[in-house]
Design a protein around this ligand. Structure first.
Ligand SMILES: *Cc1c(COP(=O)(O)O)cnc(C)c1O
Length: 350
């Protein structure tokens, strides 16, 4: 596979204050771009970060054929750089693309674009503990046509931004019993832009009432727990790590998947199953729920300190020795090359 390369004359790296990084604000020097046209991928290139040139008729702007991934590259203790779970992100990207009627990105294109991009931007991968390069592969419909149709042309691109390790303050969440993020049979399992657009309004209303996030429930009956904001949700009930099972309305998080695998390796029992709001409330009343947290690439683990069910608020402990923090640490150690990569999750860039 040929990737043409045009580099910047001067890197913006020296102007970046790595102690004060706002999430997703500063782009690295370069981007990757390829076009899909006449059934083929063409023009693979690494080029200076720049605006797209796009027709106002571009189908993606009107009918929502847009899909993205969120992944990370880490500095390892031996000075090399690794991309976390490249394969898993590729599979999910293609599952999302299929749901949105967009062409798959072949393995070679996905792997080579990411590896060559990260290699070029290696100096942008922060070295401080827990910090990383947040990478955003994405794709959108670019064919210029106002009529409603499946686009025949697409842009696949990769951009990235250095991010600090951040400990997010524990959240107050509200069990959502009116709005839905996704429904069974819908696009909830796809990482497509529209899912986010549709989630903003209920989240904004919850924030106006003093909550940090909503805890989404199934869109039909609002009876079963699905996700928290843009993260998968996990609970520790009687010492067991419990998380909702995957359905078409739950996103298959790479962090969720990694946590479940690590928990099993650490002899922590796991259960993936339906969790009803009523069951959750019973556990909260009986104080059998010892942890609740969101799991996602951005913050890895976000503790939940309060859950509100139908106007009744329950507090959840957030303890330093919690299972969620042990899992987070183990994950960090594997990514940094301090612990053995027993699941082959790291793609090391030479
Ligand atoms: C991306 C995402 C997650 C978390 O997935 P990770 O792969 O762990 O980052 C969870 N829920 C939604 C809705 C998401 O978009």
């Amino acid at each position: 596979m040929d990737i043409s390369i045009k580099t910047v004359s001067e890197s913006g790296l020296s102007k970046v204050d790595f102690d004060k990084l706002e999430f997703g604000k500063i782009p690295t020097d370069h981007m990757f771009m390829a076009n899909y046209k006449n059934g083929q991928w063409i023009n693979s290139s690494l080029l200076p970060f720049q605006p797209f040139s796009l027709s106002p008729f571009a189908l993606g702007l009107h009918y929502g054929q847009t899909v993205f991934e969120g992944m990370k590259a880490f500095s390892m203790q031996d000075g090399s750089v690794s991309i976390f779970r490249l394969n898993q992100h590729h599979k999910r990207f293609n599952r999302s693309l299929e749901r949105m009627c967009m062409p798959p990105v072949p393995e070679e294109l996905f792997f080579e674009s990411l590896k060559s991009f990260v290699k070029l931007e290696k100096a942008w991968v922060p070295k401080a503990n827990g910090s990383s390069l947040y990478i955003r592969p994405f794709m959108f419909a670019s064919e210029a046509k106002l009529g409603v149709k499946i686009s025949e042309e697409y842009v696949y691109s990769i951009v990235a931004s250095p991010v600090q390790s951040y400990y997010s303050d524990p959240l107050k969440v509200k069990v959502e019993d009116r709005f839905a993020r996704a429904v069974e049979g819908g696009t909830g399992y796809a990482k497509c832009g529209g899912n986010y657009g549709g989630a903003f309004y209920p989240t904004m209303l919850a924030k106006q009432r003093g909550f940090d996030q909503v805890l989404w429930t199934d869109g039909r009956q609002h009876k079963y727990i699905e996700e928290s904001g843009t993260m998968n949700v996990m609970f520790v009930i009687d010492g067991t790590l419990v998380t909702p099972e995957l359905t078409t309305s739950v996103l298959d998080g790479v962090t969720r998947n990694s946590m479940l695998k690590l928990a099993t390796d650490m002899n922590i029992p796991i259960e993936t199953r339906r969790i009803s709001v009523d069951e959750l409330e019973t556990h909260l009343l009986e104080e059998r729920l010892s942890e609740a947290f969101g799991a996602g690439t951005a913050a890895v683990v976000t503790p939940i300190k309060e859950i509100t069910i139908r106007d009744q608020s329950y507090s959840v402990p957030v303890k330093e020795e919690a299972i969620m923090f042990r899992l987070k640490q183990r994950l960090a150690d594997i990514r940094a090359g301090k612990d053995r990569d027993i699941f082959n999750w790291n793609t090391v860039i030479q």
